[in-house]
Design a protein around this ligand. Structure first.
Ligand SMILES: NC(=O)c1ccc[n+]([C@@H]2O[C@H](COP(=O)([O-])OP(=O)(O)OC[C@H]3O[C@@H](n4cnc5c(N)ncnc54)[C@H](O)[C@@H]3O)[C@@H](O)[C@H]2O)c1
Length: 281
């Protein structure tokens, strides 16, 4: 089984690493060979940290890295059985990429997208093999998080869904199948909860720390919703709320004005040094 991963960033790197750790051969591509090599080196650095912690032997690291080959762009992925696309979250870019993948890859290749919010049905419609297009939504960080949401476009065949589930399970993930509706399942449930936590703060019902403590201890969550929002990125949370609001047309998904204001201020969460909490960057 050869997996192609397109987009060697945070998610693509994690997907490539997890596939190689599960014994699969991986071709890792980005916009050019240099970026793909850079993504491959980042995986090596991650694995070296595991070796230092005694969680992996150096021999195993070498074996895993031996299964990952950096290639140049979409054209480097002609020979793979399944592509997981993990390029930046821009609809026009993904549509263009799927048109190219459809031309380059063998007729049998399954084309999966790791998009968090773009319609898989629209992505599938860019190709001449819509029945072989599916969403494969990994969670961040990929090597740690157990879930893959398998998103069936209206065109996706049973055969494609089954083969995709098999690959996810071979990667050690638990696969849940969801329909291609804005937010899929995880974000449809999680983001309104985070948005409501921000509204709770906005209305002065409780402080940042007390909201998080209440949800951690009161509902047995490992971290409070405002901490989680800071980790995800407040811009990402806002973008997903906007997708839910527009896509479902229901005012219950209206993004909280305070969330919008934080994003306008450049307070994006952990990555920018400030969100609901302050961080060293
Ligand atoms: N970060 C998360 O928590 C998360 C979780 C689930 C899904 N996702 C989704 O995964 C995808 C990637 O997100 P990320 O966080 O890894 O972003 P990222 O910015 O870390 O990586 C994106 C990669 O795409 C590459 N790219 C851009 N244009 C390209 C092109 N024309 N051809 C090939 N590669 C190109 C970039 O060079 C970069 O390496 C997005 O669709 C995002 O919505 C992200």
């Amino acid at each position: 089984m050869i997996i192609g991963v397109l987009g060697a960033g945070q998610m693509g790197g994690g997907i490539a690493q997890t596939a190689a750790q599960s014994g699969m051969d991986v071709l890792l591509a980005d916009a050019n060979l240099e970026l793909a090599e850079k993504g491959r080196s980042k995986i090596d650095a991650q694995l070296k940290k595991q070796v230092e912690k005694g969680k992996l032997t150096d021999g195993d690291r070498e074996k895993i890295m031996g299964r990952i080959k950096a290639v140049n762009g979409v054209q480097g992925l002609a020979s793979v059985n399944l592509v997981v696309e993990a390029v930046s979250e821009k609809p026009e870019l993904k549509f263009q990429i799927f048109k190219q993948l459809d031309e380059v890859c063998s007729k049998e290749t399954i084309l999966a997208s790791n998009t968090s919010s773009i319609s898989i049905t629209r992505i599938a419609a860019q190709t001449k093999r819509p029945e072989k297009v599916i969403g494969m939504h990994f969670m961040n960080p990929v090597p740690v998080m157990k879930l893959v949401e398998g998103i069936r476009a209206i065109q996706t065949s049973d055969d494609t869904a089954k083969k995709t589930r098999d690959v996810a399970e071979k990667m050690g993930k638990t696969y849940v199948e969801v329909r291609d509706i804005p937010g899929f399942a995880v974000n449809r449930i999680l983001m309104p909860m985070i948005n409501e936590a921000v509204t709770t703060l906005y209305e002065g019902i409780a402080s940042v720390e007390d909201i998080d403590t209440a949800m951690k201890l009161g509902t047995n969550q490992p971290m409070g919703p405002l901490t989680l929002a800071d980790f995800i990125g407040l811009d990402t949370c806002l973008a997903i709320m906007e997708v839910l609001h527009e896509g479902l047309g229901d005012s219950k998904y209206r993004p909280c004005p305070l969330l919008k204001q934080y994003v306008s201020a450049g307070w994006m969460g952990k990555k920018s040094g400030r969100g609901f909490y302050k961080y060293d960057v």
